[in-house]
Design a protein around this ligand. Structure first.
Ligand SMILES: C[S@@+](CC[C@H](N)C(=O)[O-])C[C@H]1O[C@@H](n2cnc3c(N)ncnc32)[C@H](O)[C@@H]1O
Length: 418
């Protein structure tokens, strides 16, 4: 049988999707299934996997509308149909290529069924929604936590690929770069560009900037300029370490992952910045001294990053969120002991779950009366960010929507009085 062009990418996308949905892997780690492909095919496999995850509930509804009996969730037929429809909707793949690359995925299986369903749907015309549904559980959870408008904003954000934000060590350089490269500066030291290939952007090799969503750059802005000795806890791959080092703090960066700390080391080398790196599990590690400031960017469900990593919507089940919150609680309690009296502890998570943000900090403050919240000042935060009544900062879908939006984030600056 003649080989079908681009079939390797589709086979890899099928395995990636299976690894994400059934085994809970990240899309990035599942990309190992595409490692033997050429760079364009690898990129295609990732794009198909990503588009499928962005629109999964809508794709399933389409499939269900064209089958008499519901296909099981993890059946090969449903998987192949999901990938095929995602290419049609998200990547504009021509019908003949959609069909030709879908059928070999179910060789020896339900080829006729897949052919029939695809034929029906393609003849009918496949609608492209600019606000696809989120997984039912997530949409319900966010509607309860944040309201209908935010849930709707999240739907429209998941349909789009996010913009690329760069952080510069120096604001003058950022402004000049934005002007020279047609970017937008939405905050000091930030440049926002349309999506682009990072390694090909001017200034990458020289280390003039690093990639960091604007929301992810906010927690380090809450570390006081004169802090001095700063512990960056859960630091890798180091976006916030570089901000702290660029602000002339003396930074100790701790992370339990050797490989992620390797990326942090590369980032520091590229940007000519310095920090002391420590590979350690923060639940067992003890520092030799207390710090003036601590930034704890805790591991979390990462649901705030759903625009870039749509798989988080499927991985972050309630039990995962609850066990994440338990880990965050322990990390925060330990970090609290490593802070000098009068020092500042910034707690942050890229999560849209109150359990990992508001509820966690409220419980911490109740349990430890030495601490209180110090809200970020107007001079520290971009003008579009206002601390809540309680003093913490919550970034939700919908903020800065016209400029491309932001990752979801939560952060609170806690001051130790005694
Ligand atoms: C949200 S990421 C940090 C992102 C980083 N702060 C940045 O700005 O690039 C969370 C990090 O926590 C690390 N981590 C998870 N559990 C840990 C633990 N028990 N001790 C230390 N680091 C841990 C993970 O390896 C991961 O790199």
């Amino acid at each position: 049988m003649p080989s079908v062009e681009g079939l390797g990418a589709r086979k890899a996308a099928l395995r990636m999707l299976d690894a994400v949905l059934r085994k809970g892997q990240t899309l990035e780690s599942a990309a190992s299934f595409a490692r033997d492909l050429s760079p364009p095919d690898r990129a295609l496999a990732l794009a198909i996997g990503g588009e499928t995850l962005r629109r999964l509930p809508d794709l399933d509804a389409l499939i269900d509308s064209a089958t008499r009996q519901r296909l099981p969730d993890d059946s090969k037929a449903r998987m192949a149909l999901r990938l095929a429809l995602a290419q049609k909707i998200g990547l504009g793949t021509p019908d003949h290529a959609v069909v030709a690359t879908a059928l070999p995925l179910v060789d020896g299986g339900p080829r006729r069924l897949v052919h029939g369903v695809l034929g029906t749907l393609l003849r009918r015309g496949v609608p492209v929604s600019d606000a696809p549904c989120l997984p039912e559980q997530v949409e319900h959870r966010w509607r309860v936590a944040w309201g209908e408008e935010v849930a709707q904003a999240a739907r429209s954000q998941i349909a789009k690929r996010p913009e690329l934000d760069l952080t510069f060590a120096d604001d003058g350089e950022a402004q000049a770069y934005a002007e020279a490269h047609g970017g937008l500066s939405l905050a000091p030291r930030n440049v926002r560009l349309g999506s682009a290939s990072v390694a090909e952007l001017a200034g990458f090799g020289e280390g003039r900037w690093w990639v960091q969503d604007l929301a992810a750059s906010l927690p380090a802005r809450l570390v006081p300029a004169a802090a001095g000795e700063v512990l960056d806890l859960c630091a890798a791959p180091g976006g916030k370490t570089m901000q702290l080092a660029a602000a002339a703090h003396h930074v100790t960066a701790v992370d339990s992952s050797e490989s992620r700390l390797g990326r942090l080391r590369e980032n520091l080398d590229r940007t000519h910045l310095e920090a002391q790196l420590v590979t350690a599990d923060a639940l067992g590690w003890e520092p030799e001294r207390q710090f003036d400031a601590i930034l704890l960017d805790a591991p979390c469900s990462a649901t705030g990053t759903f625009r870039r990593h749509p798989e988080v919507l499927y991985r972050a089940r309630p039990a995962i969120i609850a066990s994440g919150a338990e880990l965050q609680r322990k990390l925060l309690a330990r970090a609290a002991e490593w802070l000098k009296p009068g020092g500042v502890l910034v707690y942050a998570v890229c999560s849209l779950e109150p359990q990992e943000g508001e509820e966690l900090v409220a419980a911490f403050l109740q349990a430890d009366p030495r601490f209180s919240i110090e809200p970020g000042k107007a001079s520290e935060l971009p003008e579009f960010v206002t601390p809540s009544q309680q003093g913490w900062v919550r970034i939700l879908p919908g903020l800065l929507e016209e400029q491309g939006g932001l990752d979801g984030f939560f952060m609170a600056r806690l001051v130790r009085r005694g």
